[in-house]
Structure formats: C-alpha cells, structure tokens
Design a protein around this ligand. Structure first.
Ligand code: ZN
Length: 187
C-alpha cells in the first residue's frame, strides 16, 4: 500500500455588489485527504480498463473507452468491466464508465472503491479529453460515500504506456465540484 495525499483546495467566494443585488461566485473548499492505495490493484484495473476498450461498440465516434472497477462492498473484490456502447439513436449511447458501474450496481453493490477509465483511442490527449464526462461523473457520485472519508471512491485515469506514468487519480469531490446531491448515499 502507498499513501497518496489529495491536496486541499481553498478558493474563497467572490462577491460582487450590483445595483440589482449581490452576485456570488462560489469558491471551492476541500480539506486535504490522505488515502491508502493498493498500486497492484490499480495497475490491474488500468490494464483491465484498457483491454476492455477493445470491446467497445463505437462505430460512430470510433472513440474507444474501457472502464474497470471494484466495489467496496463486494466481499469477493471482483473486477467489473465495461466499454462504451453506441447506438444509431445517439441519445441511447452509454459510456464505458456507466456500463461497468451499472453492471456492478445491478448486482447489488453500492459503493465504488476504485474505478479506472481508459480512453484507449486518446491516451496521449490532454486530461480533459480522457476523463469521465459530466453524466458519468454524476453517476459515479451516486455510488460514493459523500462524506470526505478516507475510503471514498478513487477514480484512476489511464495515461498510456508512453507517459511514464501509471495513471492520474482524483476523488469525486475533485472530479465533480458541486455535483448534484439529492438525499443520502445509495444503499
Ligand atoms: Zn460518460
């Protein structure tokens, strides 16, 4: 195991007084968080996500994405994998992250431990081109602890073999500031 420190964020609100009322630009505050990470499991998940991108059905975008995750409440610690599945009716398309997550949630699991995503078609692209889309961020948030706990879900993003980096890592609060939250955690 290794200890990773997710850095604090401390951006204050910005307040602008106008003749019609006060406008607030919300800041963003997060405490520093130390998490214990199993690098062997992370490497396995990144490898599984990248391999599963080969199972994508992406005849329209040709953008192949694989995902692999383990659930904190799965005593067997099995790997759930998914890939993006497109459709002639574009609104039906599903991202790789959600095919993997919906599979795990459909088996009754409710807490993500680690989720790896690999945009195998764009491993050399900037982070924003390889990280989960907004819908997937919200889907991931639904199955995280929402309490800043040290064992909250971590999201690992494949950087490809040429980068010299295994992956990049974030938690959902850093990946989705102000994500919508209705009620408590899934369970
Ligand atoms: Zn997505």
């Amino acid at each position: 195991m290794v200890t990773i420190t997710l850095p604090a964020r401390d951006l204050p609100d910005s307040v602008i007084d106008t003749a019609h009322g006060r406008i607030v630009v919300p800041g963003h505050r997060l405490p520093e968080k130390k998490v214990e990470v199993d690098p062997a499991l992370v490497a396995d998940l990144v490898k599984a996500a990248r391999a599963n991108a080969g199972r994508a059905y992406a005849p329209f975008s040709h953008f192949h994405v694989g995902a692999a995750l383990v659930m904190a409440d799965d005593p067997e610690g099995r790997i759930h994998a998914g890939a993006n599945i497109e459709n002639s009716s574009y609104g039906v398309c599903s991202c790789g992250e959600r095919t993997a997550l919906n599979h795990a949630a459909g088996l009754g699991f409710r807490r993500i431990k680690y989720l790896a995503v690999s945009c195998a078609s764009a491993l050399d692209a900037p982070l924003a081109d390889r990280s989960p889309c907004g819908i997937c961020r919200q889907a991931i948030k639904e199955f995280t602890a929402k309490d800043f706990s040290a064992d909250d879900a971590l999201i690992f993003i494949d950087t490809g073999d040429n980068s010299g980096v295994l992956c990049e890592v974030m938690d959902i609060e850093r990946l989705l500031p102000y994500g919508f939250n209705f009620g408590g955690p899934a369970g």
